[in-house]
Design a protein around this ligand. Sequence first.
Ligand code: NAD
Length: 487
Amino acid sequence: MRAQPRASHYINGRFVEDDGGVLLPVIYPATGEQIAALHAATGNIIELAIEAARAAQPAWARLKPGERGRILRKAADILRARNEELSRLETLDTGKAIQETLVADAASAADALEFFGGAVAAFHGDYVDLGGPFAYTRREALGVCVGIGAWNYPIQGAGWKSAPALAMGNAMVFKPSENTPLSALALAEIYTEAGLPDGLFNVVQGYGDIGGSLASHPVVAKVSLTGSVATGKKVLALAGSQMKHATMELGGKSPLIVFDDADVENAVGGAMLGNFYSTGQVCSNGTRVFVQSGIYDRFIDRLTERTKKIRIGDPLDPDTQMGPLINKSQHEKVLTYVDIGRSEGATLHLGGGVPSLQGFEGGFFIEPTIFTGVADDMRIAREEIFGPVMSVLTFEGEDEAVARANDTEFGLSAAVFTRDLPRAHRVIADLQAGSCWINHYNLAPPEIPFGGFKQSGIGRENSLAALQHYSQLKSVYVETGDVVSPY
Ligand code: NAD
C-alpha cells in the first residue's frame, strides 16, 4: 500500500521538497507498514513558507469578504466531490474506519469552509453614535497565522483552522501532526484548484520542534494549536513571549451524566459514541460516565450487549466500526492504562485485550474497554487516556454528580442524559465545560463554538467566535465638528 505525496511540503501554490530535513515515515496503523516517506522542514523551508504567506496576505485581506468566501465555498464543493478518495487517504493516515472518515473528516472540513465562506460577509464592525461625532469599528486580519494539528482529525483540523483564518483575510502556515502528514497536502492542492492565490495556505511537515519554530517566528501574528495540555502550555508560552494571539484546543477527561429517567438506549448510544468513535481518540470524549444508581443495571446490560457487537478490523472494509490506534506508543500507553485500572482496583468489565486479526498482526488494535467500579481518584478517572477506555462511575444525587464531574483540571466537554428538561439545563449550567450536549454526544457542527474551559484551552474554533479569534478590532472615532482644544 502506497500513499506517497508528490513532495513533503506545499508552499506558494506548489509542492516543495528538501531532503535535508529529518526523515518522517508514514505508517498505516492497521498493519504497521510504511506507506510514504516525507521529510521534516528545514530552516529554509520554514522561511520560504512564512515569506510566501507574508507576501500574499495584504492583497488577500483587501478583497471583499464575500470574494474570499466564494473561493472557500468552491473548495468545499471540491472536498465533497472528492470525499471518497480523501476518506481513503485519511483512513490510511490515521487507521480510522472508512465508515467514519467518509462522514466525519473531509466532510467536516467542507462544512467549515462552506460555513465561514458564507458567514464572513455578515461579520462586520459596529457603528457607535456619540451624539454628533460617531465611531465605527473594523474587524481586521491579523496577518500570518500558524496552525498546528493533532493526529485524530487531520483534514478536519486543517479545515477548521484555515477556513476562519482565510475568510478573515489572513494567510496560514499549517503543520500537521508528524503522525498524519498527508491530508493537509491534499487540502492545499484543493485550495489552489479552487482559486486561492498562492502563498495563502502553506503546509510544512515536522515534529514538535518545527511547531515550536513556527510558533516563535517573529512574523507570525497568531498560533492555533490542537494538541495535549502539556504541548499547549509550551506553545502558549512561546506565543505569549511575543504577545501573539493564540487559540489552544487541548485535551479533556469529560463527564457524561446519565440520570435515572434517561432513555437508556440513547444514553448507551451517547456513551459509546463518546468513548469508542475514532477508537477513542477524540479530545472531547466523555470518558467518565456517571450513572445514577436506579438505571445502572439496565445501562450496563445494554452497554455490554451493544459494545460486544462492535466490529473491529480492516479499516478499509465499510462494515468495520473500529480501527486501530494511531501508533505503537499510543497502543502501549492505552494498554498500560488498562493495567493501571486493574491494579487500582477497578473492575475490567469488558475488553482490554489486543484482538487477533488475520492479516493485521502488525496493527495497533485494542478491544473497546469498559471499567466499572471506578473511583474518582483513580488515574483512569483523572488522566486522559486517548483510547477506547470507558470508566463507569455511579452516583445518587444531582448535586453530588455535578461536584464530582467538575472535580478535574480539564473542562473541554460535558453531557447530561435525562428526560427532565429543567434538570438538564440546570445541570449543564453548573458544569465547568466549554462544549456541552443534552441527550447526545460529540456533535460539533461549524455553527456552534467548540473549545474548552480550565486547562482544556483558550479561544474557540468554529462559529462566529472563530472569526473573532482570527481578527483584531480597530476603533475609529470620527469628529463632525471642530477640535475643542485648551491650547
Ligand atoms: P501533541 O500535543 O503531542 O501534538 C499536537 C501537535 O503539536 C503536533 O503537531 C505536534 O508535532 C505539535 N507539537 C508538539 N510539541 C510541540 C512544541 N513544543 N511546540 C510546537 N508544536 C509542538 O498531541 P497529539 O498527541 O497529536 O494529539 C492528542 C492530544 O490532542 C490529546 O490530548 C487530545 O485531547 C488533544 N486534542 C484536542 C482537540 C481539541 O479540539 N480540543 C482535538 C483533538 C485532539
